[in-house]
Design a protein around this ligand. Structure first.
Ligand SMILES: [Zn+2]
Length: 285
């Protein structure tokens, strides 16, 4: 396996430390009340993520890195044409890649074939930092093509790609965590970043709420597309997917098989479609 020193010696240890720190912070300062055993979910989400981790290291990073090197040598892609100064290339990389990921996430929800896979991530019945690892390996495989294409079109340099990827993963850990930040701090952070309260609304069983807050690092894309929601208090959010609420149907084997089974409509087992009275738009509560 070829080494990716920036990822192997800096990125991975950093992300591991951040994971442990968030695990502690969400235990010490919980945001939403958890309904299920933390240990069960940790083990389940961890095992589910093992093929994903392998795919990231063996293909999802090496293939786009190879594409980035090739595009650089060939002078292909936006940033390879424009020859920005270093700082501007860094900013452009983060903006373009994060916005591209906004569309990728939107596609995961809107295209039924892709939703089959992304559904696995959303079926978690509580939301915390371990949910950040809960992705079906199929979704990771598809994202190799997306990431390679984005890197080539934008002309992202190989080192910038790894720096972006580490930041992207760190942001994913942060906004999935169940860490109760002081509301004032979160409101300030949320002027720029996707925060835990904001992403909590994206994991609601109310479909209109799930269909919002698709951002990963920056919250601006949701503002741009008018899909930003900050009006639901976290105590009022029920986490999960309406039709998949039974813990016994969410065992490891069933989760791996979920994309290949018939998909249920967005209804509670009772047949009822979860809705909420329209609330006045306000800032994070
Ligand atoms: Zn989603």
């Amino acid at each position: 396996m070829p080494k990716i020193p920036l990822m192997d010696y800096a990125g991975r240890p950093l992300l591991a430390c951040l994971f442990v720190a968030l695990l502690w912070l969400q235990w010490r300062f919980p945001l939403r009340r958890q309904h299920f055993s933390m240990m069960h979910r940790l083990v389940r989400n961890f095992v589910l993520s093992i093929p994903g981790f392998a795919i990231v290291r063996l293909a999802m990073l090496p293939i786009p890195i190879a594409m980035a090197i090739w595009a650089q040598e060939q002078g292909i892609g936006l940033l390879n044409w424009l020859h920005f100064p270093g700082w501007a290339a860094v900013i452009a990389t983060f903006l373009m890649m994060d916005y591209a990921y906004w569309w990728w996430h939107y596609t995961m929800h809107m295209v039924p074939f892709f939703w089959r896979f992304h559904n696995v991530h959303h079926t978690d019945l509580d939301l915390d930092v371990t949910t950040a690892a809960r992705f079906h390996f199929g979704e990771m495989i598809f994202s190799i093509g997306f990431l390679s294409l984005a890197v080539t079109v934008f002309g992202i340099g190989p080192i910038m790609l790894v720096v972006f990827f580490i930041t992207f993963e760190a942001a994913t850990l942060f906004h999935h965590s169940n860490w109760r930040l002081p509301i004032k701090v979160e409101r300030i952070l949320n002027l720029i970043l996707v925060t835990p309260r904001m992403h909590g609304i994206h994991h609601s069983i109310v479909q209109r709420e799930t269909n919002s807050n698709w951002g990963t690092i920056f919250c601006w894309w949701d503002k741009l597309h008018r899909t930003l929601r900050r009006d639901i208090p976290q105590d009022a959010v029920t986490i999960g997917v309406a039709a998949y609420r039974d813990e016994h149907e969410l065992t490891l084997g069933k989760l791996f098989a979920l994309p290949f089974r018939g998909q249920r409509e967005w209804r509670l087992p009772s047949g009822e479609v979860p809705e909420r009275e329209q609330q006045p738009a306000e800032r994070l509560t």
